[in-house]
Structures are given as structure tokens and as C-alpha cells.
Design a binder for this molecule. Structure first.
Ligand SMILES: [Zn+2]
Length: 141
């Protein structure tokens, strides 16, 4: 979904011009690219390449800033990279667009409440017992 830059009306899918007469072909192309980039992100996540997924979802969200799904996918990708601060930032942006989206709360609940203190706790635990493997909890599928 995108809007006419001239009059703000919602653009009808498949139409090259707005009712006001503005040419929407470039916007339609950008919208299609946002879809393609989103799908590349989904593929990267499926391959376990969360870093690449972040790049695709970030590109998709930049091309279509109101796309809550892209922001949520971006949050999930950051979480899989053990980057809860960035994941929370993406979730906050998604919540600004659609606070009632059903995926926001489960994703937020799976993240540590305070990423900084969590990292500090982990580092303290590692110092106490360096032989033991401590891992930051990952979000599962
Ligand atoms: Zn228009």
C-alpha cells in the first residue's frame, strides 16, 4: 500500500496514475521492489543468514516505511543476531504503525527486558566460570 505524493490518496494497485492525474509508475516500481526485498529477507532468514536478512528487511522497510511486517521481520532478524537493543528499536517502530499487531507482544516478550543489564550479567557469569558456556537466549521460530 502506498499513497499518491500529490494528493495523499491511497493508490489503487495496478493503476499507473492517481485520480488526481499524478504519475504513480515510479511508486509502483518502488512498492514492487519493497516486496522483492522482503522476500529476499525471508529467504535469508530461512537459510539462517540473519545478517543478510537484516539488510533486506531494512531496505524493504526504508522503501515502504509503513510496512509493519518488514519492521517485525527486521526485529526478528536482529534478535537472531543477539542484538536485542536493535530488535527492540524495530519493534517500537512497528508498534508506532500498528500497536495492536498480534506479533509484537510475543516478539517483545522473547527479548530481555534490559539488553544492557543482560549483557553485563552474561559477562559477569562468564568471568565467574569461564569453562561453562553461557549463551544469550535466542528467539525460536
Ligand atoms: Zn493523487
Amino acid at each position: 500500500m502506498y499513497h499518491c505524493p500529490s494528493c495523499g490518496r491511497s493508490a489503487q494497485p495496478g493503476r499507473a496514475a492517481c485520480e488526481c492525474g499524478a504519475d504513480l509508475t515510479l511508486l509502483a516500481t518502488l512498492d514492487a521492489m519493497a516486496d522483492a526485498w522482503f522476500n529476499r529477507g525471508v529467504g535469508a532468514l530461512a537459510e539462517g543468514n540473519s545478517g543478510r536478512a537484516v539488510e533486506w528487511f531494512a531496505a524493504s522497510a526504508a522503501a515502504r516505511p509503513d510496512d509493519v511486517e518488514a519492521l517485525l521481520a527486521l526485529a526478528l532478524s536482529w534478535a537472531r543476531l543477539d542484538r536485542p537493543r536493535e530488535a527492540l528499536s524495530s519493534l517500537d517502530r512497528a508498534a508506532e504503525k500498528d500497536a495492536t499487531h498480534p506479533d509484537i507482544k510475543p516478539l517483545r516478550d522473547a527479548l530481555p527486558e534490559n539488553p544492557d543489564s543482560m549483557k553485563n550479567n552474561l559477562n559477569r557469569a562468564r568471568k565467574r566460570d569461564p569453562r561453562k558456556k553461557y549463551r544469550i537466549r535466542r528467539i525460536s521460530e
